[in-house]
Design a protein around this ligand. Structure first.
Ligand code: NAP
Length: 294
């Protein structure tokens, strides 16, 4: 009975269907399957995208599995972005500089690694490039995403970056990386008063920590009365859509950018690397927002 109701057209997964995936640990809440499966349907591509929870000690086995099964492409997320580099056949220059890969293409058995977080971060800032050229930035966080952001800031022509981070070792490493790229960088600790003071003068404030994220909680300790109304405030956290930091920024009258934008644009570039098609952002943004609201 049930089989009769499913037409042959609806049986979308066939022997010829290409398989793409995301690997991470944990992975259950990833929105990447929503984005990519929607894009495959939108552009009429015979492919499916699934999520695999891969424990850190299983990474090498998982990469071997990807080769053996002929999985056509993958997204790589925490905690594998850095360690996967060792198992790939080629890494592009951006991923090499950052030391992390978030997108892999399987080209006839050769695994090619890219980092699309840089472009994903930059695209939403496109309307503000002239404002940011020669400008200054307060970057909160010094993890993997922050490293891609430092690279992106250099390519934007930003001059000065203040790095705020809870752990000094990581903050100082990020300062060293930014200096190596030619940025005028300074690690400032994680002092609330200092961060608020800097917020008065910088052109861009970026949160690259999970603070304010659904399920994590906490908040970036910057308040609206310290945020310059001409500044751009960019929170790469995407759940909730409006984080506590973005609420403060709105109160201050500043320009706000949600982490949804980076999520969508990094996926767009990954999709283009795999398929040669660059999807339109709007339908993907809409589908992600719908998924988040559910
Ligand atoms: P990561 O490498 O684990 O780094 C996490 C960073 O956040 C570190 O600087 C860490 O500081 C800081 N941090 C964590 N918990 C904190 C707390 N309670 N108080 C203060 N600082 C804290 O992670 P990541 O890959 O950089 O990702 C960071 C965030 O960005 C995550 O929420 C992730 O979901 C989001 N993200 C979004 C996108 C997007 O497309 N929108 C892309 C990538 C990442 P310590 O050094 O002191 O531990």
């Amino acid at each position: 009975m049930i089989l009769q109701r499913v037409s042959i057209v609806e049986l979308r997964i066939r022997a010829s269907t290409g398989v793409y995936c995301i690997i991470g640990y944990p992975i259950a809440h990833s929105l990447s399957p929503v984005i990519h499966n929607y894009a495959f349907r939108l552009y009429g591509i015979d492919a499916v995208y699934v999520a695999f929870e891969v424990r850190p000690e299983m990474l090498e086995a998982a990469v071997n599995g990807i080769r053996a099964l002929g999985i056509k492409g993958l997204t790589v997320t925490i905690p594998h972005k850095e360690r996967i580099v060792a198992y790939l056949d080629y890494i592009d220059d951006v991923a090499k500089s950052i030391g992390a890969v978030n997108t892999v293409k399987n080209e006839d058995g050769r695994l090619l690694g890219y980092n699309t977080d840089v472009w994903g971060f930059l695209e939403p800032l496109k309307p503000y490039t002239s404002k940011l050229k020669g400008g200054s930035v307060l970057l909160i966080g010094a993890g993997g995403a922050a490293r891609a952001i430092v690279y992106a800031l250099k390519s934007l022509g930003v001059t000065r970056v203040y790095i705020a981070n809870r752990t000094a070792d990581r903050g100082l490493l990020m300062e060293k990386y930014a200096l190596s790229l030619g940025l005028d960088a300074k690690y400032i600790g994680f002092d609330e008063i200092y961060m608020n003071e800097l917020s008065r003068s910088v052109d861009l404030i970026v949160n690259a920590t999970p603070l304010g994220m659904h399920g994590v909680g906490g908040r970036v300790p910057i308040r609206s009365d310290y945020i310059n109304k001409d500044a751009i405030v960019y929170d790469i956290v995407y759940n909730p859509l409006e984080t506590p930091l973005l609420m403060e920024a709105k109160k201050a009258g500043a320009i706000t950018i949600s982490g949804i934008e980076m999520l969508v644009f990094q996926a767009i570039l990954a999709f283009e690397i795999w398929t040669g098609i660059r999807p339109e952002p709007k339908p993907l943004r809409d589908v992600v927002i719908k998924a988040l609201k559910h």
